[in-house]
Design a protein around this ligand. Structure first.
Ligand code: GAP
Length: 513
């Protein structure tokens, strides 16, 4: 555990030291759970967004984009259920005065049971070697079965109690499980209370006439209220999707774990409108498609798992998370929800306008059902960044810090380094940059010995270093160094573009889906 905590501390400090993420308004000691993306972070974030957009919008004829406003008519949030039901169940520890999400305390307890079961499985795997049959072991080993059954029981009971708004039972469960405050170790808890997560703001110049608004807590509602506008103006036929990326705001009470849980964050959401009755088939389709998108980045299949929801949000009839193995364990990265016709019907009811689709094949009008995919851009950033950050011991015993980002997402694709700052080498380097910068984000660096420059680019995640030396003047060749293998090849300047393109093009990466 201590090792994991150290790893996470390294992630946070590396992000700051190398210009990826700073605490917001740091000169005023920061603002809790709000962060700024710095010069390299903004590039990585943009590349993740583009990777998503390309796979969703550009590659699918029946999905189009949208950029709806953050501020929406306040009735939107009444209709969507957020005013009444977008709550977190909170509990305070009377001794430490710390506030927790009651469901998170219980989920963390359940996760420990899962980890215990996992430990037994790993022990058996080592003991039995190649003969090990995990499926059989999990269904016959008494200890594993007991851990798994207990985990299931706890999550099911919590799901039921939260679904029925039975907060007394949520507290009873915490007491029965003897969950202690992580800070004080005491079990002296208050009652569980619901807390609405939306940020309020006002529109209008004078206090009397001001209209109470909310900062949107999800981007999805901007899509729902525009459903018919897009369908009609784009002549879209069901099934079709609308995709959007943008900021969302939540007054998270337990905001921790760096950019995992923020108060201002960015979502990448897609609502897929389908015929009623076909939603489950599309739900399965999008679960698979979205997992494949994640896997295409090569961060390791073992780092992902599905978690089917016990406790369904007020709008869903099926929901699953794609969880990722963050430095603090498996947690939600993306949600895939079958949202039924809840949102469109609610907006019909509150606005008095029809939000229906005329299906020419069925010759009937209906309110489409919706399958949603929703991934946090900041969480994607954290997943990619934390998994890519490595400390390596080299053959000569020295160590290097390297950010092995998927090359397609790297902020800078290549750094051009003149071996020395004279003899015309900087001029040739600049010329190479002039050529490459039309296609790639490239950097120039002439400061320090070339070995140190390599290390700096490794730490920034730059996939290629191109070194210009005296031989370049003779034969128009350079060395190209690969970040991950540190292998160096001598290549023609004229070939640089295609070598880089081959490793960083979105097409090559997305084709792995
Ligand atoms: N429209 C559906 C929706 O908003 P959600 O599960 O509440 O569903 C979707 O959020 C995704 O947004 C999450 O899977 C997560 O990646 C991201 N997300 C949610 N709250 C967040 C927060 N406070 N900070 C960072 N990302 C967050």
């Amino acid at each position: 555990m201590a090792k994991q905590e150290d790893l996470f501390k390294n992630v946070v400090s590396h992000a700051k030291e190398y210009g990826f993420i700073f605490p917001s308004s740091e000169v005023y000691d920061g603002l809790s759970a709000v962060y700024d993306y710095a010069q390299n972070g903004v590039e990585l974030k943009k590349n993740i967004r583009e990777y998503w957009w390309k796979s969703m919008v550009q590659m699918n004829e029946n999905i189009v984009g949208l950029d709806a406003a953050i501020l929406m008519h306040p009735t939107t949030w009444k209709a969507s259920g957020h005013v009444d039901a977008f709550n977190d169940p909170l509990i305070d520890n009377k001794d430490s005065k710390k506030r927790y999400r009651a469901d998170v305390l219980i989920e963390d307890y359940a996760e420990k049971l899962n980890q215990k079961a996992q430990k037994e499985i790993e022990k058996a795997r080592t003991r039995f070697g190649d003969a090990f049959n995990e499926q059989e072991f999990v269904t016959t080993n008494a200890r594993v079965m007991e851990y798994k059954a207990k985990e299931r029981q706890i999550l099911e009971r919590m799901g039921r109690s939260l679904g029925n708004n039975d907060l007394e039972d949520v507290k009873a469960l915490i007491e029965e499980l003897e969950i202690a405050c992580p800070e004080s170790g005491s079990r002296n808890w208050t009652d569980v209370k619901q807390f609405n997560l939306m940020f309020g703001t006002k529109l209008g110049a004078s206090a009397e006439n001001a209209m109470d608004l909310y900062l949107r807590p999800e981007t999805a509602q901007g899509i729902f209220v525009n459903f018919l506008n897009v369908q009609k103006s784009g002549r879209m036929k069901v099934p079709f999707g609308i995709a959007q990326t943008g900021k969302a705001f939540r007054n998270e009470i337990v905001a921790r774990q760096f950019i995992f849980r923020m108060r201002e964050f960015e979502q990448m959401e897609m609502q897929f409108f389908v015929r009623p009755g076909e939603e489950m088939q599309w739900y399965e389709h999008w679960k698979t498609t979205r997992l494949n998108w994640h896997l295409s980045l090569g961060l390791g299949k073992e780092n992902y798992r599905f978690h089917d929801h016990e406790k369904l949000a007020h709008y869903a009839n099926a929901a699953a998370d794609i969880e990722f193995n963050f430095p603090f364990g498996f947690k939600e990265l993306e949600g895939i929800h079958s949202r039924t016709d809840f949102d469109l019907k609610a907006h019909e009811q509150y606005s008095g306008r029809k939000l229906q689709y005329f299906d020419p094949e069925l010759n009937e009008n209906y309110v489409p059902y919706v399958v949603e995919t929703s991934v946090g851009l900041d969480r994607m950033f954290l997943a990619v960044f934390a998994t890519s950050l490595k400390e390596e011991t080299l053959e000569d015993g020295s160590t290097r810090t390297v950010l092995k980002l998927p090359a397609v997402l790297a902020p800078t694709k290549a750094a051009v380094l003149p071996l020395v700052k004279k003899d015309g080498l900087p001029e040739i380097s600049r010329k190479i940059i002039e050529d490459l910068k039309w296609d790639f984000n490239v950097a120039y660096d002439e400061k320090d010995a070339v070995g140190r420059r390599y290390r700096r680019q490794d730490a920034l995640g730059t996939p290629f270093c191109i070194t210009v030396d005296h031989q370049t003047i003779e034969d128009q060749t350079v060395t190209i160094r690969h970040r991950d293998t540190m292998k160096q090849d001598r290549v023609k300047i004229a070939d640089l573009k295609s070598i880089i393109e081959n490793e960083v093009s979105m097409k090559n990466w997305l084709m792995k889906m």
